[in-house]
Design a protein around this ligand. Structure first.
Ligand code: ZN
Length: 244
């Protein structure tokens, strides 16, 4: 199965993986935009999720933000799946140089990957907006650290914000630079679990100058015709069987 992909990985020396929500759905984390995603999920506030998890809403309605965020964006018990494990193996074998991900769940690191570039941040990191103190996800989920649903800094009492890029919040330029550099120096780019319609995902592909572009996604993307290898299948199934 997937001989073309398998041979291309064999020949490559500097693979970069770029992944989206589809990488985590097999770990039980819903895709933001798919049929079963959180955009479709009903919420108690009668507002679209894009509004609730935006920076202005965080500032104005921090309590509601956190109530929604804790229920819908944190999957503390999710475990890495075959895709995460396969990518970590490729990195350990010296084949893969970086994982660039839009996911905020930390599952690549949990699966063993070292060089993970998280363009949308991570729910596992949180900082006090006043003094910068770091807090893990356990801290912000513990009601005894919160006023209502808002986690407060143990040191200064300031409000804690997740290190997650919210809607209407700028991406981190240093992280974007690292991602572009990784993609532009790769000899093979594997794109998985993303429909490539949302910025910055679509943009990254244009920086790739290497030999083989492989797209693995359950549904078609607008880039399928540009790719050397296209597989419409689940990313975990494909990478799991190729890397083994
Ligand atoms: Zn503080």
């Amino acid at each position: 199965m997937y001989e073309n992909l398998s041979e291309a990985i064999e020949s490559a020396n500097s693979i970069v993986f770029f992944g989206g929500a589809g990488v985590s759905t097999e770990s039980g984390i819903p895709d933001f935009r798919s049929e079963n995603g959180i955009y479709q999920a009903r919420n108690d506030y009668g507002r679209p999720p894009e509004e609730i998890i935006s920076l202005p809403f965080f500032k104005m309605n921090t309590d509601i933000f956190y109530d929604y965020y804790k229920k819908n964006l944190i999957y503390k018990d999710a475990q890495p799946n075959a895709a995460h494990i396969a990518l970590a193996k490729l990195e350990a074998a010296g084949k893969l140089k970086a994982v660039v991900t839009q996911n905020i769940d930390g599952l690549h690191q949990k699966g063993g990957s070292k060089n993970v570039i998280e363009v949308h941040g991570s729910v596992l990191r949180n900082n006090c907006l006043e003094c910068g103190a770091f807090y893990d996800v356990e801290y912000i989920l513990d009601p005894s650290n919160c006023k209502g649903s808002i986690p407060l800094c143990r040191k200064c009492g300031g409000i804690i914000k997740p290190d997650v890029i919210l809607y209407q919040e700028s991406l981190d330029s240093d992280i974007l630079t690292r991602a572009v550099e990784a993609v532009s120096t790769a000899d093979m780019l594997i794109v998985g679990g993303t429909s490539l319609v949302v910025y910055p995902a679509a943009g990254f592909i244009n920086y790739f100058k290497g030999g083989v572009l492989a797209l693995i996604n359950k549904s078609e993307t607008q880039y399928d015709r540009k790719a050397d290898i296209v597989i419409h299948e689940s990313i975990g199934l494909v990478l799991g069987s190729v890397v083994g």
